[in-house]
Write a protein that binds this ligand. Sequence first.
Ligand code: GLN
Length: 196
Amino acid sequence: MGVRIGVLDLQGDVSEHLLAFREALALAGRDRGSSVVPIRSADEIAGCDGLAIPGGESTTIARMVDRKGMRDPILEFSGGIFATCAGLILLSAAVEDDRRFLPLGILDATVCRNAFGRQRESFEQDLPLEGETEPFHAVFIRAPVITRAGTGVRILARLPQGIVAVAQGSHMGLAFHPELSRDRRLHLRFLKGLQG
Ligand code: GLN
């Protein structure tokens, strides 16, 4: 059966997410009957099986989510959410270094927005991934970390600074940018966890 993946198209690296999901669907042999589409209005959300929230600037994305009336449709969304970097910050329950920011509270986790400091704004790292023998080459850009993960949250990867990849039901929260790597294993895992 085909699936419909929406990529929240408000700000951030939307086109890379569209390409990465199209590639992953082809690799999974599920591209026939499936679609990967940019989401620009609130009424397009419910029709998706999966929703990607890209990296970018979390405060900007949050402001646009509210301005476009998308907060409730995302909270009511029954599919899986694939949240990367700024998207992970948005999906979390609390942001410990920015109290003014109101996250969605879908992921039972607390994040620290600017966890790596200025001198390490961007870096790449081979990351051991839960359930995989080969590490994942991950690209971090002004990345957050998860400082608290609730009991229903599965930890998929961590660095000395904190947790950087989690899953909760069909949702996935990643501090790095898997859409910027060649490796599609995390997209494939996410697709596997979706109904549809
Ligand atoms: N640090 C950024 C923020 O707070 C996220 C960076 C990213 O998405 N690459 O929104």
